[in-house]
Each structure stands twice: as structure tokens, then as C-alpha cells.
Design a protein around this ligand. Sequence first.
Ligand SMILES: *[C@@H]1O[C@H](CO)[C@@H](O)[C@H](O)[C@H]1NC(C)=O
Ligand SMILES: *[C@@H]1O[C@H](CO)[C@@H](O)[C@H](O)[C@H]1NC(C)=O
Length: 800
Amino acid sequence: MNPRLLLFVCLLSLASVRGQVSYSIPEEMPKGSLVGNIAQDLGLELKRLISGKAKIYSRSSGEYVELNRERGVLLVKERIDREALCAETALCALHFQIILENPMEHYTVNIQITDINDNAPAFEKTTVEFRISESTIISSKFVLATAEDLDVEKNAVQKYELKPTNNFALNLQNNPDGTKNVEMVLQKPLDREKEEQISLVLTAVDGGEPQMSGTMMIVVTVLDANDNAPVFTQQTYKATVTENSPKGTIVAAVTASDADQGSNSRITYSITNRGGSLRHLFEINKENGKMIVNGNIDYEKSKSFQISIGATDDGGLTDSCKLFVDVLDVNDNEPEINIMSKSNIIPEDSKLNTVVTMIHVEDLDSGDNGKVQCFMNENMPFMLKSSINNFYSLMTDSELDRETASEYNITVTCSDEGVPSLSSSVTLTLQISDVNDNAPVFERSSYEAYIVENNTPGVSIFTVKATDADWKQNARVSYILEDSSVNGVPVSSYVSVSADSGVIHAVRSFDYEQIKDFRFCVKAQDGGSPPLSSNVSVNIQIQDQNDNPPQVLYPVQTAGSVVAEMVPRSADVGYLVTKVVAVDVDSGQNAWLSYKLQKATDRALFEVGSQNGEIRTVRQVTEKDLLKQRLTVIVEDNGQPSRSATVIVNVAVADSFPEVLSEFSDFPHDKDYNDNLTFYLVLALAVVSFLFITCLVVIISVKIYRWRQSRILYHSSLPVIPYYPPRYSDTLGTGTLPHTYNYEVCRTTDSRKSDCKFGRAGSQNVLIMDPSSTGTMQRMQSEKSILDEPDSPLEVSCYR
Ligand SMILES: *[C@@H]1O[C@H](CO)[C@@H](O)[C@H](O)[C@H]1NC(C)=O
Ligand SMILES: *[C@@H]1O[C@H](CO)[C@@H](O)[C@H](O)[C@H]1NC(C)=O
């Protein structure tokens, strides 16, 4: 606004006041600016002003305005700052007097200084800070500093503005004294998590022309409040843990976050479903949420866990989540074998598939770790049969034999299929009880025993023995003599058997010459029920004793008569005079006869063949030789001690029978018979013929009998027959007894044993002396005789 125009307005308003002039000027006019035409306004002439030496009188404010007398105007002398002059006073004026001399006059001049908008509103601080918690409630007020404007009235602060207005609104309150209170009111909640710092600008505006303003920064720091609860990253977590994991094994880690700050976001983790077994098994790290194993986790007790986990911030806000932990099985349980029922003893005749033991196997592990297979040790007559649900039956699968194995240790081993596999085993001891399934068995298939004849009755011959593989009573053997007959006599009259010991006793005294051997059966019977038995054939051979002396068959010794052999005087050396024939009913060595010349009239003339008993001349007979020769021949057997017989052989050395007759009548001790010489000679011839025929008949009849006997295979007792020494042979065919004999030959192959061989009638036998074996005769042309066979059926079986 033009100051001149303002001045003019002022003058008009003051025109009516006499002696007093008022002006109004705006402040801050430049030096020399016109304030007012004082001369004119006061109605004074310029001359008067000069003559009156008009001057300004002021006590204080004289320096701002000067009086120009020549022109009669008041001019601005100093810059007038209303604010400096009057501060806040709205009406600001300068008061002074114009003093004139000659005459002394004074006029009052008031110069009102009007305000111009030369000051902007200003805040004391350019920035203020607030720290406001985000939890502060709405319509909370925050007092702001007001702005100062040195100008007054409408140039002073007229209004305030706050920007932005998102959270806060401005509230102005007029005080009674006209001042204003500026407040900031929270209108919308603060959220530190969104905006941690809010910058606002408060602007104060005055009403001047042009308008001026001042600003202040308001920085609001939003303080955290615990308005956010912790939040888990997942509502449920899943984890696995193997059983038996050591303490401290990390199972899982849970995480929660809290949007707050500082302690409000400090999270503490905890297991909330405390109680039960869980308390001891797991532990959570309070700070980092790691779940660790704190105890022994046993799959067999629980296969999974459900753990509730809480997260709490320091302000007490919480969240929770669940952790599902699956336990993984480890093969830590060995199979458990339970014996449900069991027999300790079974009889050996148990049927196939007899169940001996029932077993149940259990493995607490699961899956393959709990799959169990059972098997038993091999080479046993048992098998393990599995049925459903790990039940097994141990049963027999082949026949049992207590005699082979009376006890079994059956080891059942069960192992699971885990890796590595665990196993356990149990050993069952099973006894096999005896059943009488074994008959007594004799030690030999047949027995052969020997007893020397003339034994004392009751003597023990030998012992049969049978064993029984069974047990105790089933194995107790008793011996029984089986009934049979020997030569029509019960065998019990020959032998007896001791039931307990199997000793065979002779009941009577045996005579080899009557019975050479016999056969019977002994039964062995065990004590089982029913009893089992077996029998054995026993062959008793009676051995010969030299209890018979040789018997001289020829020449016949007759009392009172003399038989003489004739030797012609022309006989050559070696002429066979006669042959002494003797037999011995014993056998073998005991019947092996030898002949010796014991006494002779002329020892140089005759000799006796020691083997064959042939009496031969040893030199040419001479005329000088006596007619009557008397020889004493002793026949000895080879027994120990040997027995003997003597025979007297009379020999007549003569060419004619009458000569003999005449000579023999001279035998001194035959005197009495001389008269009857002819009769005796005839008798002697008859006797010789009879003897020959008798021998022939006897031998033939014996042969026929033998032949019949061999046809019916009867062997045990041979009739007593005369024995003819083997040397009694007519091999040369030059003897005086040129007869062909069919006779029995008993040969001795062993001194203790004698075998008989029977020649068949009419067979051509050639007997040869074998000097290499004492008294052994070898049969060159062997004849068939079943008795000669060592293993004839007769010896094997007891009964025909
Ligand atoms: C069975 O075992 C027992 C004791 O372990 C032992 O005395 C016995 O000889 C064994 N039997 C067999 C047939 O191995
Ligand atoms: C034993 O004797 C009986 C008759 O008593 C007979 O049946 C059985 O075959 C005989 N056993 C033997 C081994 O000889």
C-alpha cells in the first residue's frame, strides 16, 4: 500500500484537532520520507517556523523524525521498526512537541506507527521430536510449540497447518488471554511395524499481505509395543527320529518370529504338553527352538509323538504349533522264544509227526526287524513246522530208536530279518524212552563146543551169551533150553542151561564111542512185555579119550588051540607070513595103531610092519630054522597114555602040512591037543572062513545101514562099529588076505577133532599114507558127503 495514501487518510482524520496534529505512518519508511506537512497542518506560515526557530522536543523518541523548517514538513530521520519500538503493543505511536519561540508556542504531534508484515511466523525450534508408543490410544494429545510473529494484528500468526494428516490432526485452542494452544491429536493408531518414524510439518501462517509462514518439523518416533504375538513358520512340523538315539540328538528345529522389537520380540520356546513320558524324552532349546532327545526313545513303547510347542515373547504373547515325531524302528529286540508246552520224554515207537514241543516266538521290532524265522540243528529226526502267527511245532519226522540215540539236544534258533539280524536260541533236551523192540541177539549165529568124554556130570561145558539192546527189564535176558530129542532121548537129559548165566552144563557123562556129537537149541528171551526171543543152535562135539585098548581081530586067540601060519622053506626074503589085524574103537590118535615084535623064537627071521602089522621074513629060510616059531606082537595105539594088546602068532616053517602037524604036536604046551590036531586044523580053517564071511557080512550090512542113514541125513549119532586101521590096506594085492573091503575110514585131521567120512559101497578108494602130517590121510578121490561140508544146513537151523 502506498504510504502517501495512508498518510492522507490520517490527515483527514486529524484535521479537526487544533493545536494537535496526528499522523500515521507505516514502519520501515526510508530515511527522508515525508511524514507530514506540519506547517500547513498547524496553519503556520513558513516564516513563522523559521522565525520561531521551530524545533522538536521529545524526551525519548526524537531521533526517528526531523523537522524541515524551510519546507515545513516532518521527515523520517531513522528507520522506524515498530517491533523494536513497541514490541507487541498494537498501538504504537511517537509523541513529541513542536516548540516555537517568539512567541513561545507548542504543538503536540502524534505519529502513529502502523505495522507492516515484515516478519514471518517463526518457531522456536525447527525440529521437535516425539517418542510415542504405538499402543497410544486414539485422541491422545500432544502439545506443540506455537509460532511467534512479531507483527501484530492481522500480520500476526493467523492459522496453523499440519501435514501429513494420516495419523494426527491439529487441534487449536484459544486461551482466554488470546493466545492459542496448538495440539496434535492422534487420530489413527500408530503401527511401529509399518512405520517406525513419521515426519510431520507444522506450518504457521500469518495474515499479512503478502502472507508469510514458518514451519517446524515434527519427528514422531513410534515406540514399540508388544502388539504382535510370535508366529510359528508352520502350524505343524514333521520329523523322524530313530529309536535309541543318543541324548542331544537334534530331532527338529521350530522357528517362530515376532514382528515386535527388542524384548517384545524375544521368543522363548517351550514344550507345552508336558506330562507323561514326553517330559523325559524331549527337550527344547529355549532360545533357538531346537528339539533334542533327552531320554531313551523306544519304538516298542511309542511309535510316534505329538509335541505341542509354545513360543512366548517377553511380553507374554504366545503362539503354538505341533511337532509330529515319527520314531523309526531299529532292530534292537532279539526274538523271544517261549515254550508253550513240551514233553521231556517220548517213547521210541512214537508215531511220525508226534508233536514234542510247541513254541511261540515274538519279536517286538516291526517290519523286517520283527520278521522271525526259526530253524533247528540238522541231522535230527525232528522237524520244525511253522504255523500261523509265529507258532512252531517241533515234531518227529522219522522213526526214533532209543538204541541209536537215547537223548537229543534240539537247539531251536530264531533270527529276525533285520540288518544286522538278531537271534536267540533255546536247547531242548528230549529223552527217548525204551520200548521192547529188540530181541536178544546171540553173540554167534551158532555155537560149537567140545567136551571130552567121560566127563563128570554137572560140569559146565561152555556159555552162550545173548545181548539185548533195549534197556533194563527189556534187556534182561534169560536162557531156556528148547525141547528136542537126541537119539530119542530128551535133550534135557544131556545138558541143562542156567537161565541167568547161559552156562551149559553136562547132565551126564558122555561116551564118545556112543555119541560123537549132538545138537540142540537155546532160546534167549528178554523181560519185556511181550517178551522177545531168539534162539541159537548149539552143537556139542564129544571128544575122544583113549579109553579103549586095541583089539586084535586076527589071529584069533583061542584058548587051548593053536593056529599057525605056514612058511614054506623055500620062501624068499620078504615073504608075507601073515598080518596082524587089530582095531581100536577110539578115534584119531587113540586109534592109530602100531605094531612091534616083542618076542620071537628067532628074531632074525621075522619082522612086523610097524604100520600095517604084516609079518614078513627078513632072510631066506634055511634048513636049520626051527619048524615052530613063536612071535609075540604088541599092538599099541597112539593115545596118551597109550594102550596096547599083545598077540601070539605061531609060525610053522614047513613044506607040508603033515610035517607041521607032526611038529606042532610037539609043542610042549600043546601036548594035550595033539590028538585032536586034525580037528583043530579043520576048525581053524573053518574059523578063518567064518571070520572072513562074518567080516564081509558086517561090513556090507554096515555100509547099507550107512547108506540109508545118509539118505535121511541123519548124522548125530553113529552106531558103534568096529574100527579098521587105515593102514589095513591091500594096495599091493600080495597079501594073504586078498579081499576087497569096503570099510569106513575115520580120519584124524586134528588131535582134538575128528571128522568122519563115509565111503560108499563099491567106490574105489585109494588110501595113501601122508608122512608130512602126522597120522593124516588124504583122500585123493573125494566123495560127496554132506557131512563133510562145513556149513551144512544142519548146523544153521535148530529145527528141520
Ligand atoms: C545234551 O546236553 C547235556 C548238557 O548240556 C549234555 O550233558 C548231554 O551230553 C547232551 N546230549 C547229547 C546227546 O548231546
Ligand atoms: C526159534 O524157535 C522158534 C520156534 O520155537 C522158531 O519159530 C524160530 O524160527 C526160531 N528162531 C531161530 C532164529 O532159529
